[in-house]
Design a binder for this molecule. Structure first.
Ligand SMILES: *Cc1c(COP(=O)(O)O)cnc(C)c1O
Length: 308
């Protein structure tokens, strides 16, 4: 069994996010701290893996093969889960062999690594990409990049219940929407399915427009048969995935100093800064209550240490 028998459903705390610019705009934000669910398997990545692990178990697989970059939070969570729960993991990496804190962890967690180069990695969406890998690892279940697709989204549906159960503790009876960082859009799609139009989900795109996030969300929503999805995407990439600039780093440092919550520059920092920019343009009326998801990813921050 890849999925632990008790299904290990960690609870993330929902806390108030108190920042002067939120107060000035009259907006209330609660932050779901997925970064705190586990020291190693952090953030949204565990939830995205759950249904993939179930499918692997049903197929009788002995482990998981998946893909990512040299700072990948997805591969990190997968490798840590494999070590903890005792299943095999293989990672197909983008680019050429390099040492990063993430790669060192993957090896320490016992993940078998293959470096695909850049061209080889680009071929990941082509038909037949998995064929040689499945021949090499017939007992492993392939999981798409970032744990995406409908199974990835379905694992995130439960985040709505996790938040609903904790609203009372904040003195809230309801909320007006979600705000979160998007890479593939899978986590957002899970919330869109969970809400089924009840509350809108706002996604801050950490990747440029041409990465096909909107199409990925659309295809998940259609596959799930949801008629009236309620979501909106905002560009938060600041010129490219992994592009980091001084105002962003200042904002992250100021946020951590003001409320003690650590953010990283690729996803959560960009998402919160983009919310601030939207408030500056008057996008949300005073009195709006939002749930901001801290999607984790702090392990990847080690790759940016010299800049932070
Ligand atoms: C992977 C990741 C995301 C993006 O999640 P998607 O489901 O791919 O949109 C957001 N934040 C962090 C910290 C991540 O590691």
């Amino acid at each position: 069994m890849l999925l632990p028998p008790n299904h290990w459903l960690p609870q993330a705390p929902l806390d108030r996010l108190d920042l002067d610019w939120l107060a000035a705009a009259g907006i209330q934000v609660a932050i779901l701290r997925l970064d705190l669910i586990d020291p190693l398997i952090s953030g949204n990545k565990w939830f995205k893996l759950i249904e993939h692990l179930k499918a692997a178990d049903q197929a009788g697989a002995q482990g998981i093969i998946s893909l990512g970059g040299a700072h990948s939070n997805h591969l990190h969570a997968l490798a840590a889960a494999g070590q903890r729960f005792g299943f095999t993991t293989v990672g197909l990496l983008r680019g050429h062999p390099q040492d990063t804190p993430t790669v060192n962890d993957l090896q320490a967690f016992g993940m078998q690594l293959h470096w695909l180069g850049f061209g080889g990695y680009r071929a990941r969406h082509e038909a037949g990409f998995w064929t040689p890998w499945q021949a090499l690892y017939p007992d492993l279940w392939p999981v798409p990049e970032g744990g995406g697709g409908l199974p990835g989204a379905e694992g995130c549906v439960q985040l709505k219940a996790m938040v609903s159960e904790q609203l009372n503790g904040l003195g809230w009876n309801d909320y007006d929407g979600w705000w979160l960082a998007c890479g593939t859009g899978t986590t957002l799609a899970g919330l869109v399915l969970a809400e089924a139009g009840e509350h809108p989900v706002y996604g801050a795109l950490a990747v440029p427009d041409d990465h096909g996030v909107a199409q990925h969300v659309e295809s998940i929503v259609q596959e799930a048969g949801l008629q009236l999805p309620a979501y909106e995407l905002f560009d938060a990439s600041r010129g490219g995935f992994a592009k980091v600039d001084p105002p962003l780093l200042d904002f992250i440092a100021q946020t951590e100093q003001a409320c003690g919550i650590p953010l990283e520059p690729l996803y959560t920092g960009k998402a919160l800064l983009t919310l601030k920019q939207q408030l500056d343009t008057g996008r949300f009326a005073r009195g709006t209550r939002l749930i901001f998801i801290h999607t984790g990813g702090l392990q990847g921050r080690r790759g940016f240490h010299s800049q932070l």
